[in-house]
Design a protein around this ligand. Structure first.
Ligand SMILES: [Zn+2]
Length: 146
């Protein structure tokens, strides 16, 4: 069903909602109370992105074409969210410590156990997300996945 509504941001728009009538009404109410119109939603996401980007000072500048970089920045921030690397992205000290922990783990007797192998692989991947400057890496490795 098609509804003309006023979003919580005050802008008007049309939404399509399907399902049973009580479910439709709940969704409609939700849009009106909390929903943002597509334009404001996009703006909010953009602001969120810029805020995060400015917080993540420990990350290297990406290299690539301007288009690749813009795309890869978004992927990198998603990857940081997804793997809960927020604290690392804000502190190069923490990144260095993670690197040292991985190097140490590689030399430990546990490195050959399946848990050890998994731990090293998992953390090396996280480290790479935090330190790889190549826009291409993010696009090729994570572009479809995130
Ligand atoms: Zn709006």
């Amino acid at each position: 069903m098609k509804y003309d509504i006023t979003y919580s941001c005050g802008h008007e728009g049309t939404v399509y909602i399907c399902g049973k009538s009580d479910k439709r009404e709940r969704k409609l109410k939700f849009f009106q109370e909390y929903g943002l119109c597509p334009k404001c939603y996009k703006k909010e996401k953009e602001t969120e992105f810029l805020e995060k980007k400015s917080k993540y000072s420990a990350l290297p500048e990406l290299t690539g074409t301007p288009k690749q970089i813009a795309w890869a920045e978004k992927i990198r921030i998603k990857a940081i969210d997804r793997f809960k690397l927020d604290e690392f992205a804000q502190s190069s000290k923490k990144i260095t410590a993670l690197n040292e922990k991985i190097e140490k783990a590689k030399l430990s007797p546990n490195a050959e156990t399946s848990y050890g192998k998994w731990w090293i692989k998992d953390n090396s991947q996280k480290l790479r997300i935090l330190t790889d400057p190549s826009a291409k890496y993010f696009i090729e490795e994570w572009g479809d996945y995130l």
